[in-house]
Design a protein around this ligand. Structure first.
Ligand code: ATP
Ligand code: MG
Ligand code: MG
Ligand code: MG
Length: 565
């Protein structure tokens, strides 16, 4: 590829909207361009990186017996209704209607689709185990699409699903995938850690996340230096809070109009900016509901913690849904009751700012109470007064002090057991002649997020430093003076020889000052920069600069190829 023809428009300035390094550098180096929030075009350099990551992923999936297929991105609502996830998935699901007014979604994940596919085709234990995967765009209308490719609304995922006869089979499939994932991220040249994880909205139990370690990571993880314990913080043991006796404020009876806007609601509840995860989730024996207002940033883990103690999460941005809940409880803000008496947490976008408690006794027409003290004013049947594990807390496995780190979740493996096969009736006839549900697992790699994570871990002030296995090109050949025919001819020759030998190289044939070419080369992040200047012509010395170490090596015109290898 001649750089004069390469579609990689570089930018001098860092675009203002880009907060994290990978977003900044991939915009500046001409890898991506934004179409809408969380939706990007991948330009040729990015596409090459993505294809390399995908190739590694495919090789490792195939090596474990995975078979690649492709399922529809547009999915009919019916299969999601069968599992109940049509409503559970909430606003993160992109929904659409066809001309006949039928409901569809753009696939955020494919458990429903694959289980429906397999149930129609697999009848006997002889057809199991089965591992099927695809690499394709996924769609999630993230509440905060941000950080460029790290949290997109359209992103590339590899998703594999395993179907086994029994749990022993699932364990084998899971271990194969765990191993494949370790190999994938090692081959990509990334520093990562596999941590125990909660299974979240996908369900089931038994899960690991693969975390690329980086300061910008949204996930907090803990790990032990003394044993091999590692977990994300919300999965890690929960610690009882040392609750200090608080000055109880007197209960106040207040009028509550039936319908409120979110702004009114926040003001009404007196949200203060101080953040707290106290009084997380109380469920009293009378079915009292805790109503919490949560907003802010970077506190995904705290919200997961709330989920963990059995709270239902609503999206604060979805005013309609919240008002529905409020109205379904006769317009009270306090004790909001749903049929199954679930605790309700209203979540804005991040930090827990204020928890709000109310008691069932307040459930009186147009009245509710504020400043309720959960122990004084009602008896909680479940007190989940807990905090997240912290640096230096004793390791849940060996008791030594644990350490903390931040990570980017690039992959996750889940044991689903029979969650989907039961609700979608994906059964088979066992060896014993009995019908049973297939035992499933699912396994995702964020391909586009992995590219971003690689940049987060590999850069300096001059630009990206691609790990060689996923670099868009291995080398760029730069003639210092594009007016010098001898330099141009030698550079062209080297460029040809490199590519012939399998070293993917570009040739910066542009009529630009050397400084511009070198700057672009560093920004784009080629692992090697081969400079053809007067030294090459006069002294037969070809200069090879290693991007990662800054080392400069000189080779003769015939031995440089061996040198590069
Ligand atoms: P997160 O916790 O970051 O929201 P997730 O747990 O919802 O991710 P999974 O359902 O486990 O994601 O999907 C498998 C993989 O897909 C993730 O490990 C991640 O690498 C990738 N992924 C998920 N959401 C996004 C996104 N919005 N943009 C880019 N990649 C994503
Ligand atoms: Mg998510
Ligand atoms: Mg996650
Ligand atoms: Mg996940």
């Amino acid at each position: 590829m001649r750089v004069s023809q390469l579609f990689a428009p570089t930018l001098r300035e860092t675009p203002a909207e880009a907060e994290v390094i990978s977003h900044q550098l991939m915009l500046r180096a001409g890898f991506i361009r934004k179409a809408a929030g969380g939706i990007y075009s991948y330009l040729p350099l990015a596409w090459r990186v993505l294809k390399k990551i995908e190739t590694i992923v495919r090789e490792e999936m195939n090596a474990k017996g995975g078979q690649e297929l492709a399922m529809p991105i547009i999915q009919p609502a019916e299969m999601w209704q069968e599992t109940g996830r049509w409503s559970v998935y909430g606003d993160e699901m992109f929904r659409l209607k066809d001309r006949h007014n039928r409901n569809f979604c753009l696939g955020p994940t494919h458990e429903e689709m694959i289980t429906t596919l397999v149930r129609g085709e697999v009848r006997s234990y002889r057809q199991l185990p089965l591992m099927l995967y695809q690499v394709q765009n996924k769609y999630r209308d993230e509440i905060r699409p941000r950080f460029g490719l790290m949290r997109g609304r359209e992103f590339i995922m590899k998703d594999l699903y395993s179907f086994d006869r029994d749990e022993a089979g699932l364990d084998r499939s899971y271990n194969k995938m765990y191993d494949a994932y370790s190999r994938i991220f090692t081959r990509c040249g990334l520093t990562f850690r596999a941590v125990e994880a909660d299974s979240g909205a996908i369900g089931g139990s038994g899960s690991h996340e693969f975390m690329v370690l980086a300061e910008s990571g949204e996930a907090a993880i803990i790990y032990c230096g003394s044993c091999d314990y590692a977990a994300n913080v919300e999965k890690a043991e929960l610690y009882p809070m040392t609750t200090q006796a608080e000055e109880s404020m007197p209960m106040t009876e207040k009028d509550t109009p039936g319908t409120k806007s979110i702004a009114d609601l926040s003001q009404f509840l007196g949200i203060s900016p101080e953040k707290t995860i106290k009084t997380l989730a109380y469920r009293t024996d009378t079915g009292t509901i805790v109503l919490a207002l949560v907003r802010g940033d970077h506190e995904v883990n705290e919200i997961k913690l709330l989920n963990k103690v059995g709270c239902l999460q609503l999206d604060m941005a979805n005013e309609e849904a919240i008002l529905n809940v409020l109205q379904s409880s006769a317009g009270y803000i306090g004790p909001v009751g749903l049929g199954d008496k679930k605790d309700i947490i209203i979540v804005a976008d991040g930090t827990v700012m204020k928890m709000y408690n109310a008691v069932c006794g307040a459930n009186k027409q147009d009245k509710h109470y504020i400043n309720v003290n959960p122990v004084r004013d009602f008896k909680p049947s479940i007190v989940a007064d807990i905090r997240l594990i912290q640096e230096n807390d004793p390791c849940p496995r060996c008791g030594e002090p644990v350490k903390t780190a931040r990570g980017i979740e690039v992959g996750q493996v889940f044991k689903l057991f029979t969650k989907y096969s039961t609700s979608l009736q994906a059964t088979f006839i066992g060896e014993d002649g009995k019908e049973k549900p297939m035992v499933m697992g699912c396994y995702g790699v964020g391909v586009s997020r992995t590219m971003a994570a690689a940049v987060e871990q590999n850069y300096d002030q001059n630009g990206i430093i691609w790990p060689v296995p996923i670099a868009p090109y291995h080398a760029v050949v730069v003639p210092v003076n594009s007016k010098d025919e001898a330099q141009m001819a030698l550079a062209e020759k080297i460029y040809g020889e490199l590519n012939a030998k399998g070293v993917e190289a570009t040739f910066d044939d542009r009529n630009e000052r050397p400084g511009v070419k070198f700057k672009d080369a560093d920004l784009i992040g080629y692992p090697l920069k081969i400079t053809v200047g007067p030294k090459a012509i006069n002294e037969n010395l070809i200069e090879v600069k290693v991007r990662r170490t800054g080392e400069t090596l000189y080779f003769g015109p015939t031995d440089y190829l061996d040198g590069i290898k």
